[in-house]
Design a protein around this ligand. Structure first.
Ligand SMILES: [Mn+2]
Length: 348
């Protein structure tokens, strides 16, 4: 029996020991889940159920999982915590911190044991056992290693769940986390029965037509500034209303702008469809790690990460665009200065 807390870094074998020894689990993942979150929680649930364990899957928040993951058998995913949650072993998957799991975070203080299985480098190690492997392509990859320790064989259903985790978190095997291990895992999962093309069609070729039309409006209005290094576009309230879509349909549009050759930063300004007096919302993305867009967002009371940030503003679209241009020029300047200042800078 492993008793919390431990002093040395636990391994996937330690996680497997706990999963083998205990019988009742509460599996959780992060709010607004992505493919890795959903694939990991389902893959581990199916494996544990196959071992005869009592497993509850819980997802916090009130946003439904994105429609593109409809292929995953997530009908047992609960949106409310079970009454006996505090007496189960809690397993957090793909959660960088306790806040990400919403209401389940409150159980950390009362559960008999908690596990944190994740690959985010900034994971806060909030559980009794924290297996945080930043070199792993996805949490799904870590789950696969745990299942190997457990001696669980991959059913086609488990393999598909883990493949969804892997293919989405690696950007279809294109991002920098696409390691040889990730590619070998893909081959192993396909051998176990994954229908690669079916998954592709489900996730990437099920775009709603209205989303395509919204994207078209944003692309049509895109403008480049600063010699092509900055791309800005906007979406109007009337765009959302005419197409009959909510603001969540704007998700991902900014990635098309960021992908423009030579662009260091992209910005999308959008007018929320409701309420009519809502502030405009601005998303910022950097293409290179050197530019910190969160510093720009903070100037307007927003925040985020170096490469992805946002803020809200009551200013007009033109005023916001002017601010972005100015802030971009000055942030690029700061960046150049700091790099120039680094090697043995004198008198700074
Ligand atoms: Mn992930």
């Amino acid at each position: 029996m492993i008793s919390p807390p431990t002093t040395t870094d636990p391994t996937v074998a330690d996680v497997a020991d706990v999963l083998r020894e205990r019988d009742r689990f509460l599996l959780v993942t992060h709010e607004n889940p992505d493919g890795d979150a959903l694939g990991s929680i389902l893959g581990l649930t199916l494996a544990l159920q196959g071992l005869g364990k009592d497993v509850v899957m819980y997802l916090a928040g009130d946003t439904d999982p994105p429609a593109e993951y409809g292929m995953l058998a997530l009908d047992e995913l609960r949106r409310e915590l079970p009454e006996d949650g505090a007496s189960r072993v809690l397993v957090a998957l793909d959660c960088a911190n306790a806040q990400r799991m919403g209401a389940a975070g409150a159980l950390l203080a009362s559960v008999p044991l908690s596990l944190d299985v994740d690959h985010h480098h900034d994971n806060t190690r909030f559980a009794h056992l924290n297996v945080v492997l930043p070199d792993a392509s996805s949490t799904g990859e870590i789950v696969r290693d745990i299942l190997r320790e457990l001696g669980v064989s991959l059913t086609p259903e488990i393999a598909e769940a883990l493949y969804v985790a892997l293919v989405t978190d690696t950007g279809r095997f294109q991002y920098t986390n696409t390691t040889p291990k990730a590619l070998r895992l893909a081959a192993e999962l396909v051998e176990a029965g994954v229908d690669v093309h079916r998954v592709f069609q489900g996730i990437y070729e099920s775009v709603e037509f209205a989303k395509l039309k919204l994207l078209a409006r944003a692309l049509e209005r895109a403008e480049i500034h600063e010699g092509g290094r900055l791309v800005i576009s906007h979406l109007l309230r009337s765009d959302f209303n005419e197409l009959g879509v909510g603001e969540e349909y704007a998700e991902g549009i900014i990635d098309y702008l960021r992908a423009v050759d030579g662009a260091a930063m992209a910005a999308v300004i959008r007018e929320p469809p409701e309420p009519p007096d809502a502030k405009r919302r601005v998303s910022l993305r950097a293409s290179a790690d050197e530019l910190d867009v969160s510093s720009i967002a903070r100037q307007r009371g927003g925040g985020g990460h170096r490469q992805a940030a946002g803020f809200s503003s009551a200013e007009s679209i033109e005023e916001i665009a002017a601010f972005i241009r100015e802030a971009f020029v000055s942030a690029s300047q700061d960046d150049t200065d700091s790099r120039r200042a680094k090697p043995g800078a004198a008198g700074v």
